[in-house]
Design a protein around this ligand. Structure first.
Ligand SMILES: Cc1cc2nc3c(=O)[nH]c(=O)nc-3n(C[C@H](O)[C@H](O)[C@H](O)COP(=O)(O)OP(=O)(O)OC[C@H]3O[C@@H](n4cnc5c(N)ncnc54)[C@H](O)[C@@H]3O)c2cc1C
Length: 331
């Protein structure tokens, strides 16, 4: 079914000169490589951490607090590569700073509630320095197996610079390889012959270079909706595809919901958020945006799907500056 939808979708949208493929399509990174011709080295460690994104760095800092030795490996040449290399310019943390702090180090007192990308990267750099975290960069983990008899992990990684394979023997393995760190464009019939430019949202930086062009954004999660806003405000003729029902919330509502969730049952928090969102945004169904049956907090906890935090996109949709395409219309 997805195949047919996508095929028709491409046929119906060939008026667009650009396609931005949003997070319809993230997937966890498989560990795989060809290990023949590599020189093997062996290294014993207490804890091996895979990935120097925020989660890996936080784990490293916590282990340091307890003087537990560890090694942290990162396949790219820098830490937090998602934030440094694969995030658009206007990005701020979607959640308020009190929910996005790493352990044992607060943001500076004058930091804004919603931390911009550059400040978040600076915070991570300070964090690395404070806890003296020294990732082994350009080291990619390929496989791991647990030896039940020896009660340890055998992890094979390769050093991308030196063509050396390293076999880590570790008592504990922490996989912090992220869920948003790899781009994944699904097979879309017709995409190869699409005459315009097509890119994944992780390569999108700014709408500056799209002014006056027609762009279709595929995917209406947080990235897709914010990129559509960025494009439209830079003068691109913007459309967005909405496939499924979504909760649209304000930042303040999500902040309230996350604060209440510590004390109040989630279904009550959801009732409050849904009522407030209806009050703030009105009925969005005539603009092609419908709400899921399950409330935003329960949906997140059960499926991992986040509510969309509006950055102004809804206003532009209401003014028809951004056009909404609904997949079911295209079948
Ligand atoms: C546009 C956008 C906005 C977001 N906004 C927020 C927000 O406001 N608040 C929030 O909390 N979260 C937000 N997120 C979620 C974001 O994923 C997290 O903030 C955070 O980056 C997750 O950290 P992580 O360390 O788990 O994963 P990542 O940041 O993805 O880091 C994983 C690291 O592991 C490395 N790696 C992967 N596989 C291997 C391997 N085989 N060997 C070695 N290294 C490997 C990767 O290169 C990467 O550096 C946002 C995400 C996006 C895309």
């Amino acid at each position: 079914m997805g195949y047919i939808i996508v095929q028709r979708f491409i046929q119906r949208t060939n008026k667009h000169s650009h396609l931005i493929l949003g997070p319809l399509a993230y997937h966890r990174i498989p560990f795989s490589t060809t290990l023949s011709n590599l020189v093997f080295a062996m290294e014993e460690v207490g804890v091996l951490i895979v990935g120097a994104g925020p989660a890996g760095l936080a784990t490293a800092a916590c282990l340091t607090q307890f003087s537990i030795p560890y090694v942290i490996v990162e396949r790219e040449s820098c830490s937090a590569s998602l934030w440094r290399n694969r995030a658009y310019d206007r990005l701020k943390l979607h959640l308020a700073k009190e929910f996005c702090e790493l352990p044992h180090m607060s943001y500076p007192a004058d930091a804004p509630t919603y931390i911009p990308k550059t400040l978040f990267v600076k915070y991570l750099d300070d964090y690395i320095e404070r806890f003296n975290i020294q990732p082994k960069y350009l080291t990619s983990v390929d496989s791991s197996t647990y030896d039940n008899d020896k009660k340890c992990w055998s992890i094979v990684a390769h050093d991308m610079a030196g063509c050396t394979a390293i076999n880590f023997i570790a008592k504990f393995l922490v996989v912090a390889s992220g869920e948003n760190s790899a781009e994944n464009i699904p097979v879309i019939p017709g995409l190869q012959s699409f005459p315009g430019e097509a890119m994944h949202s992780s390569r999108y930086k700014s709408g500056k270079s799209f002014s006056g062009k027609s762009v279709l954004v595929i995917g209406s999660g947080n990235s897709g909706m914010e990129i559509a806003y960025d494009l439209a405000t830079h003068g691109a003729n913007t459309s967005i595809v909405i496939r499924s029902p979504i909760h649209v919330m304000t930042k303040a509502l999500i902040r309230l919901g996350m604060t209440l969730a510590h004390r109040v049952p989630l279904n009550l928090v959801d009732n409050l958020l849904v009522a407030a969102a209806k009050f703030v945004f009105g009925d969005l169904s005539r603009h092609g945006i419908t709400m899921p049956k399950v409330g935003p907090m329960i949906l997140k906890s059960k499926t991992g799907r986040s509510a969309v935090i509006d950055v102004g996109t809804v206003g532009l949709i209401k003014q028809r500056i951004i056009q909404v395409s609904i997949l079911s219309d295209m079948i």
